[in-house]
Design a binder for this molecule. Structure first.
Ligand code: HEC
Length: 289
């Protein structure tokens, strides 16, 4: 095997391993960052929903108290306020969603779908489970879901969610007696579910990945070409010339022209040493003849 082939095989092997390992590390890091960014977004959405909820309880509720006597105003219900707000956000960002899903909801549009019910059951089956983060395939691409249990911790909730008799008549008139009752204190009745699309973040990560890998490939290719040229000009060619000359001299052709020890490196030292050895050989031959 020639020197150049050996050198190239070793270099290709090292570059391929470096390329693969870097690609793997960069890919995992970018995917992780994309997920973290989407999760941050989901947390901000949840916090704003909680802010709307407490604003409704603390600011809107007391003001509406006198009005609520005559007819029931859903506007004072925190769940209604938060979900109505996010329905408007959805008009601008259709893939984002906020839902307070319940197994037995007061408003039928809050009824948990199959996968939402699975989340609620997971919370009901494991008391220690405080948060669930999962990824779901949707028709518009992958979506990150951040879910928290909704537990009845306040007696006041039961006024409207225990029995129709306990609830305000005005509420029954609006929502009927069929749903949203029978909730118990300390029971997990639903889940607060935020969905954020991952498509854009993942596409951006993939784009960055391609750019990094193409640039790295270009750097490796340049290194490969430059080292090959260097090897060719400063090692392979001089050695080839020297070995041709050594061949000729060994076959008795002492007229072959001397090589110039160019460059000053190891090969030049070798050329100079060879020239000296050849001259000694010539002198020795002359003495014998
Ligand atoms: C004054 C009556 C009233 C009280 C008190 C009340 N709710 Fe509700 N709740 C409602 C109504 C009405 C809805 C349906 C709102 C809508 O149309 O979106 C609702 C909806 C909800 C929902 C969404 C799922 C569903 O049933 O549609 C959750 C979750 C919820 N309430 C939890 C609570 C909790 C927790 C408390 C106590 C902190 C509470 N509610 C107190 C009347 C009430």
């Amino acid at each position: 095997m020639g020197l150049r082939l050996k050198f190239n095989l070793a270099m290709l092997f090292a570059l391929a391993i470096g390329y693969g390992l870097t690609g793997y590390a960069v890919h995992s890091m970018l995917q992780e960052n994309a997920r973290a960014a989407v999760l941050d977004m989901a947390r901000i959405m949840r916090e704003s929903a909680l802010a709307i909820r407490s604003y409704t309880v603390e600011e809107v509720g007391p003001l509406m108290q006198t009005l609520s006597v005559e007819r029931f105003l859903p506007h004072t219900v925190p769940s209604f306020a938060a979900q109505t707000n996010f329905r408007q956000v959805r008009e601008a960002f259709p893939d984002y969603a906020y839902k307070e899903a319940a197994l037995n909801p007061t408003n039928p549009s809050d009824r948990a779908t199959d996968w939402e019910a699975d989340i609620i059951h997971a919370f009901r089956n494991d008391d220690a489970l405080r948060e669930l983060i999962l990824e779901r395939d949707t028709p518009t691409g992958q979506s990150l879901v951040l879910a928290h249990p909704i537990r009845i911790t306040n007696e006041a909730c039961l006024q409207c969610h225990s029995t129709p008799a306990a609830a305000p008549a005005s509420m029954i008139a609006l929502y009927g007696e069929a749903n949203g009752f029978g909730w118990k204190l300390d029971e997990i009745i639903g889940a607060q579910i935020v969905s954020v699309p991952m498509r854009v973040a993942l596409e951006r990560a993939n784009q960055t990945f391609s750019t990094v890998m193409i640039s790295l490939g270009a750097v490796f290719l340049t290194v490969f070409v430059i080292l090959n040229l260097l090897l060719s000009f400063s090692v392979v060619r001089p050695i080839r010339r020297l070995s041709t000359l050594a061949n000729e001299v060994s076959l008795g052709n002492l007229d072959a022209p001397e090589l110039e020890p160019a460059g000053g490196g190891e090969i030049a030292t070798l050329t100079a040493a060879f020239n000296r050895m050849r001259r000694s050989l010539e002198n020795a031959m002359r003495m014998f003849s």
